[in-house]
Design a protein around this ligand. Structure first.
Ligand SMILES: Cc1ncc(COP(=O)(O)O)c(C=O)c1O
Length: 394
């Protein structure tokens, strides 16, 4: 059976070129990057090359890149690090209601430590209104954190404008760019970003490695203390193979970005238009314009999202009901709630997320499967039956 992988916002497959680049650092050049001998120096040089590649991809200086264990740690280091380091200036933080849990739960923790957090609402497309950010800024606002693009519904935020507003008021601006990197052009200087989180496994790199961009001169308190690696901000012996993989993956991703964004965008559009036109009672979540080139997110009336994902899986198509992090609990997505989708409607959600490895032919296989899968699920849905008997027109 042909396997189609449409869950690339959860994670991506490793690019074979990335694996090749990483391989020698497992079994040949296994030295500790802090060691003085040749094996150590080889690791150190590989680490610095990866730092250059990562910095170049986002318009930063190599010294401004701190390697971490992934997006979650990068977000934690950014938020906790900036909050605690700036607590003498104020205790107010602003974020949005549709952030990833790596940001939201860190904000909850910071609230327990005496910080005050404002959670900005979003419009029905998932956009943060810059005016609402302006209104929320107060004298003691030390930090603003707004994601560059949402992992569930694909909304892209205008981070340049939001970052500018934060800076005008003297606050630090952090953005979670885990989903946008390689899909939305970015330059940390022009985009008014002080702290930016990325994660290698979202762009065909390995899992368990990420980076935080920390603007020169920024004051951060570390999360872990130890041997002082990564300029004292992230002690622990560096994950050299993983970091080499991140550097290679980000370089490949940036080299082909323009063409890949266009190609993914046309596959996404075929999926969106084909699904909406072939299935009644289907709605697009997130914006029509200004959404990630790899994201399509639907809700289907009278269908259970889990049953839909499993039915597609039987046909060899891997997709998800929402974000991977929330797909195993039955809580309604906080993102769908925030854009005003009612609980019972949110449960019939499907997220298709693409990567540069997907093809138009795969989209066509999905488009052939989806009307049949939906009508079969509706035929056995007690909710659809009840609704039909009370409203025969449905
Ligand atoms: C927007 C966003 N931020 C952070 C993360 C966490 O990244 P990681 O899995 O590398 O910890 C994810 C992962 O899904 C994400 O989508």
């Amino acid at each position: 059976m042909q396997r189609i992988y449409f869950d690339n916002s959860a994670t991506t497959c490793l690019d074979p070129r990335v694996l090749e680049a990483m391989r020698p650092y497992f079994d040949q050049w296994y030295g500790n990057a802090s060691s003085l001998h040749a094996l150590g120096r080889e690791s150190y040089n590989a680490l610095e090359e990866a730092r250059h590649r990562t910095a170049k991809a986002i318009g930063a200086q190599p010294r401004e890149i701190i390697f971490t264990s992934g997006g979650t740690e990068s977000d934690n280091l950014a938020l906790q690090g900036a909050a605690f380091a700036n607590s003498a200036k104020g205790n107010h933080i602003i974020t949005s209601t549709i952030e990833h849990h790596a940001v939201l739960n860190t904000c909850r923790f910071l609230e327990s430590q005496g910080f005050r957090v404002t959670y900005l609402p979003v419009d029905p497309d998932g956009k943060v209104d810059p005016e609402s950010l302006k209104r929320a800024m107060i004298k003691g606002t030390i930090l603003v954190s707004i994601m560059a693009a949402n992992n569930e519904i694909g909304t892209i935020q205008d981070i340049r404008e939001l970052g500018g507003i934060a800076h005008d008021a003297g606050a630090v601006f952090h953005t979670d760019a885990v989903q946008s990197i390689g899909k939305v052009p970015l330059d940390v200087g022009k985009d008014n970003v002080d702290l930016l989180a990325i994660s290698a496994h979202k762009f065909h790199g390995p899992k368990g490695v990420g980076a935080l961009y920390v603007r020169k001169g920024m004051n951060l308190r570390p999360l872990v203390y130890g041997g002082g690696q990564e300029r004292g901000l992230r002690s622990s012996t560096e994950n050299v193979p993983g970091i080499v993989g991140l550097g290679m993956a980000i370089e490949i991703c940036m080299d082909g970005m323009e063409g890949n964004v266009e190609r993914m965008g046309s596959i996404r559009d075929r999926i969106i238009m084909g699904t909406l036109s072939s299935v009644d009672g289907c709605h697009l979540n997130g914006p029509k314009e200004g959404r990630l080139c790899n994201n399509a997110h639907f809700r289907f009336d009278y269908v259970e999202g889990e049953a839909l994902v499993l039915s597609l899986d039987i046909k060899g198509i891997a997709a998800s009901t929402g974000s991977a992090c929330s797909s195993r609990d039955s809580e309604t997505s906080h993102v769908l709630k925030a854009i005003g989708v009612r609980n019972e409607h949110a449960r019939g959600s499907l997220r298709i997320s693409l990567s540069r490895m997907n093809t138009l032919e795969e989209a066509d296989v999905y488009l052939e499967a989806i009307p049949e899968v939906i009508s079969r699920l509706r035929a056995i849905s007690p909710v659809a039956m009840l609704s039909k008997s009370s409203n025969p027109g449905v």
